[in-house]
Design a protein around this ligand. Structure first.
Ligand code: C2E
Ligand code: MG
Ligand code: MG
Ligand code: MG
Length: 286
């Protein structure tokens, strides 16, 4: 079809496509290399109990140090490519192992902090891999981590893509004593009758609702409905992306359990996360 176009037009039409494809190939090549080297970082963002302000745990968030130098590449710039190329499987494995290594090191360094959790994000691709529960159990056992320390986050859309498989996988994980949060809740398409059947521990209210909640009545109504739903189903409810005092006060007033966001803390690099825990341990002792 492009051949029927004039020469100049072909260039204009063709170049962005070509550049897009080349960029993706660059990312893929770089990712393959990074997977071989384990050249990623896990950053950790603290979560807090809104009612008493206590530290509850971390969410682990992957970063890819830019091989061309400079900063850290955010997950949204490479996770989709990793999913399309199958690289998500070794990357997800690295994330889980690194999280377990960190939990084990922290448990040794700060034995008084025996309650906080670490939540790890799973992609839908990983979630659908057969034997997921068994392989996760194996990794955490080998890492000397008790399953209760670990939570998994999976987005609503990904669980609901194939609800019957989703329920089966979640049940296997639950039987292995691993807790599960449904991430970005409210942005996907959940049937409430399926939600009722999912053996999950919590819901994470998507950041978009938290961001809009103060200005927009409908968003506030959605947050309230999710908090009430979670409470009535005995699920933990987490608000993500809390950026202002006003959002914090509103969420606390609604009875939301946990909060996470820039108001409290940004994701912390490995050294900063350890320093953070040391501070928590010290404040508990003193
Ligand atoms: P998510 O699981 O919903 O993670 C929350 C995202 O919100 C993180 O972005 C976090 O840095 C950001 N965030 C936290 N508080 C605030 C806030 O107050 N304001 C704003 N504007 N943003 C906030 P990040 O780290 O860029 O991760 C983006 C997404 O990438 C994650 O969304 C998750 O879906 C995915 N992801 C991250 N790490 C992993 C991983 O290890 N494996 C997989 N499969 N996906 C991951
Ligand atoms: Mg998450
Ligand atoms: Mg989330
Ligand atoms: Mg989100």
């Amino acid at each position: 079809k492009a051949k029927t176009r004039g020469k100049g037009e072909l260039m204009l039409f063709d170049r962005p496509m070509h550049e897009e494809a080349r960029k993706r190939l660059d990312i893929e090549t770089g990712l393959r290399h990074a997977v071989r080297q384990g050249a990623f970082e896990l950053h950790y963002q603290p979560l807090f109990r809104l009612q008493d302000g206590g530290f509850a745990g971390f969410e682990a968030l992957i970063r890819w140090p830019d091989p061309k130098g400079g900063g850290l590449i955010p997950p949204m710039s490479f996770i989709p490519v990793a999913e399309q190329t199958g690289l998500i499987s070794p990357i997800g494995d690295w994330v889980l192992r690194q999280a377990c290594r960190d939990i084990a090191a922290w448990s040794e360094a700060y034995p008084s902090l025996d309650r906080f959790f670490v939540a790890v994000n799973l992609s839908g691709k990983q979630f659908m891999e057969p034997g997921l529960a068994r392989s996760i159990t194996e990794v955490i056992r080998a890492g000397g981590v008790s399953p209760g320390r670990l939570k998994l986050e999976i987005t609503e859309t990904e669980v609901m893509q194939n609800p019957d498989v989703g329920i089966q996988v979640l049940t296997e994980l639950k039987n292995a004593d691993i807790s599960l949060f449904v991430d970005d809740f409210g942005t996907g398409y959940s049937s409430l009758s399926y939600l009722r059947r999912l053996p999950i521990d919590g819901l994470k209210v998507d950041r978009s609702f938290v961001a809009a909640m103060i200005e927009d009545k409908a968003s506030l109504a959605i947050v309230r409905a999710v908090v009430d739903l979670a409470r009535n189903m005995d699920l933990t409810v987490v608000a993500e992306g809390v950026e202002t005092r006003e959002q914090h006060d509103t969420l606390k007033g609604l009875g939301c359990d946990l909060g996470q966001g820039w108001l409290y803390a940004r994701p912390l690099g490995p050294a900063a996360a350890a320093a953070y825990l040391e501070g928590v341990a010290r404040s508990m002792a003193g």
